[in-house]
Design a protein around this ligand. Structure first.
Ligand SMILES: [Zn+2]
Length: 65
């Protein structure tokens, strides 16, 4: 019997935890984004949209599956 979990394709996007290079705030976001993501604390750009995988400006602390 087929296990359904095995035939579901892996999503191409992951949650990542990014540390703001300006204030050190850590924030969770997708690594694929259609818009720029700003730090909740200081407003610095954490990720820029490139039309696909985000251009991460801060430090990636962790990748959450
Ligand atoms: Zn910040």
């Amino acid at each position: 019997m087929v296990k359904w979990i095995e035939i579901i394709p892996r999503p191409r996007s992951n949650f990542i935890r990014v540390k703001c290079s300006e204030c050190g705030n850590e924030q969770i976001m997708f690594n694929y984004t259609s818009m720029s993501i700003h730090c909740n604390v200081c407003g610095a750009v954490l990720a820029e949209s490139t039309g696909g995988k985000a251009n991460i400006k801060g430090e990636i602390v962790n990748i959450l599956e």
